[in-house]
Design a protein around this ligand. Structure first.
Ligand code: NAD
Length: 257
């Protein structure tokens, strides 16, 4: 129970990796604020937690003020705020020659601006409260290597790595650490969407793109949200107090740095 007495906010917490992270941090002893776009999936996700350990907040990470409000609500309703997990993200599959301005803006709004607003708002609240907080964001293998058809998405995840390094340096003096996790191929709804889009663009069979990517994993299986959550648990807890500015690969052996 290394997180007993702590409170964590997880964006994109209604499903997939975010929900897996929230469940793990709760098992570690933290109280949880689940933040996502819509109340119904949030309520469904919250039913998996002890009622006194969870709150839900419908908010859009692309809106800076909504994230500031979500953090304030978390601190007030759960009695503290110690860990920010900027997990919400969306995929974008398009050959580089065909990426439109609208598509580029949409994926940047969620994956880059959403993370930036989360970092800003969390750091401001930590400083105000004198909390030596932890900021943890979702990057990806796509933050370390470019993958064909994923140009817009990869560029957002490289940007998360950059923001992580800069924020780590700027907030180190306040005792705030800033790190990111870089999963590989996790079998969530996001990958169902990526696979369907590859099928549409390349004529591949449904499931074939997912299988091809999984086939390149040294450990021989797709990743689960729990595999990601174990790293986030470490980054949220005291064992990582001397780590900051890192974007750590956890991918079963796909990209080696
Ligand atoms: P997912 O699509 O299954 O879940 C994402 C959640 O984020 C959804 O509940 C969605 O409603 C929420 N969300 C989307 N836009 C939002 C917004 N504007 N405001 C608030 N919430 C919003 O995705 P996932 O696979 O669980 O991925 C989670 C994170 O991990 C993402 O940042 C993703 O880029 C990253 N990632 C995923 C994989 C993978 O293989 N699935 C690999 C590497 C990195």
């Amino acid at each position: 129970m290394s997180l007993a007495g702590k409170t964590a906010l997880v964006t994109g917490g209604a499903r997939g990796i975010g929900l897996g992270i929230a469940e793990r941090l709760a098992a570690d002893g933290a109280k949880i604020a689940l933040v996502d776009l819509n109340p119904d999936p949030l309520a469904e996700a919250a039913s998996r937690f002890a009622p006194e350990k969870v709150i839900t907040i419908a908010a859009d990470v692309t809106d800076r003020q909504q994230i500031i409000n979500a953090i304030d609500q978390t601190a007030e309703r759960l009695g503290g705020f110690d860990i920010m997990v900027n997990n919400a993200g969306i995929a974008q599959v398009q050959p580089i020659a065909e990426i439109t301005e609208v598509e580029m803006d949409r994926v940047f709004a969620v994956n880059v601006k959403g993370v930036l607003w989360g970092i800003q708002a969390a750091a401001a609240r930590f400083k105000r409260d004198g909390t030596r907080g932890k900021i943890i964001s979702a990057a990806s293998i796509a933050a370390h290597e470019g993958f064909p058809m994923l140009g817009a998405y990869c560029s957002t995840k490289f940007a998360v790595r950059a923001l992580t390094q800069v924020a780590a340096k700027e907030f180190a003096a306040d005792g705030i650490t800033v790190n990111a996790y870089c999963p590989g191929v996790v079998g969530t709804d996001m990958w169902t969407e990526i696979d369907a889009r590859f099928a549409e663009l390349t004529g591949a069979e449904k499931g074939a793109t997912f299988d091809k990517f999984v086939g390149s994993i040294a450990l021989g299986r797709a990743q689960t949200p729990q595999d990601v959550a174990s790293l986030v648990s470490y980054l949220a807890g005291p064992d990582s107090d001397y780590m900051t500015g890192q974007s750590i690969l956890i991918d079963g052996g796909m990209v080696y740095r």
